[in-house]
Design a protein around this ligand. Structure first.
Ligand code: CTP
Length: 373
């Protein structure tokens, strides 16, 4: 039996990048031999094992053939006679289809090294089309490696277009789409992910509301701005992406994408706040309107989310910095009201509620007042 380092580890090493996960392919072995050597089997679908000491993944060389539509129905064939080249051939991109032998020799039947040098994302074979998720993976690699000069080669783009036209993308399950989407939002150049999806027609299928050019540009500008705040969370990136949409459209889309609740909630707030922020008159701000916004955002219980909301709105509404600064000022002023102090003064129940509100209104009014003069 022989083990080869494969996939992302070989690619990243050749690119001079830090290698995170090391995956191996084993040729010429049976599951029984792996178990006898102390490997632990993981996952029922494929013959994949964990190394007894390093815990790295060792998969027996396999071929995969698709049977039905969508993401189901792969027939996996694994036996000691499956060659390394056959295993590499079932992979998505040439840069992901290289192997390195234990003596350091590169096994590169599909010219991945040449594509690394030419900065090309190219499919290995027509089998690429058997897995529509690969469209999203390719777009994600574009987002990761665009700063290094990588682009999707014409033939691969043409193949992805044909896959979209044949309806393959319609069958992708939202969970897998979200997984790729979420990772793409954190890549170096997230815009490239959406450009690739747009250019092959997949964006029109997956998130049609964002596809029109004007909306697309607004979404990219907001996302780019949030991305520049290097530690932006997924929910901020996601909400920025959906920010050009009306809340009646953004929410159902966020749900259909099965975005986690925090992402859905921030997107809901951003899109609901947008028209209201535009209604705030920066010359004559009303304390009541500002307090209403703080209530709507549940600022009192969720100050961190409120600060995320402001971050995203600042990126989504660059020409509304006046109202947004007022909202920030109002939040700082109102936060000084201490319900405990009012309780100690004898306020209770409903009266306590209105005393808190009155005090908050007064402080907000004082804080934004200078702007009125
Ligand atoms: N692979 C594939 N098709 C897929 C998923 C994976 O061909 N739909 C292959 C690729 O050869 C890939 C390898 O399996 O390199 C490992 O997949 P994964 O760990 O998801 O990706 P990496 O390439 O290691 O990239 P990352 O750095 O994002 O983990």
């Amino acid at each position: 039996m022989q083990a080869y380092l494969v996939g992302g580890a070989v690619r990243d090493e050749l690119l001079g990048l830090e290698v995170k996960d090391r995956d191996w392919v084993v040729v010429g072995a049976t599951p029984g031999e792996m178990l006898a050597n102390g490997f632990k089997q993981v996952g029922a679908d494929f013959p994949v094992f964990l190394h007894p000491r390093t815990r790295e993944e060792y998969a027996l060389a396999r071929t995969e053939r698709k049977q039905g539509r969508g993401y189901h129905g792969f027939t996996v064939y694994s036996a000691p006679d499956v060659t390394l080249e056959q295993d590499l051939k079932r992979r998505d991109l040439t840069i992901n289809a290289m192997a390195k032998a234990e003596d350091g020799d590169l096994v590169d039947p599909f010219e991945g090294l040449r594509d690394i040098e030419d900065r090309k994302l190219r499919h290995v074979s027509e089998a690429f089309a058997e897995d529509p998720l690969r469209i999203l993976r390719t777009a994600r690699f574009a987002a990761r490696f665009q700063p290094l000069g990588f682009t999707v080669c014409d033939q691969t783009m043409a193949l992805m277009k044909r896959m979209v036209d044949s309806g393959e993308v319609d069958d992708l399950v939202p969970e897998r789409v979200w997984q790729e989407f979420q990772r793409a939002l954190h890549e170096q150049a997230p815009r490239a992910f959406f450009e690739v999806l747009r250019d092959c027609g997949a964006l029109e299928v997956l998130i049609p509301e964002i596809a029109p050019e004007k909306v697309f540009e607004l979404a990219m500008a907001a996302l780019g701005c949030v991305h520049d705040q290097s530690d932006a969370e997924t929910e901020e990136r996601f909400a920025a992406f959906l920010s050009p949409l009306d809340d009646s459209v953004a929410l159902p889309r966020a749900k259909a994408l099965k975005a986690p609740n925090d992402c859905q909630n921030l997107a809901r707030l951003v899109t609901a706040f947008t028209p209201q922020i535009r209604n705030v008159d920066p010359q004559y701000p009303e304390a009541e309107a500002l307090l209403d916004l703080l209530d709507q955002a549940d600022f009192w219980r969720r100050p961190d989310r409120f600060s995320q909301l402001l971050n995203v709105l600042e990126c989504a509404l660059p020409s509304d910095s006046g109202p947004l600064n007022l909202l920030r000022t109002a939040s700082k002023a109102a936060t000084g009201v201490d319900p405990k102090a009012l309780l100690a003064q004898g306020y209770k129940g409903k009266e306590l509620g209105s005393a808190i509100r009155t005090e908050r209104l007064k402080r907000i009014g004082d804080a934004v007042a200078p702007i009125n003069h």
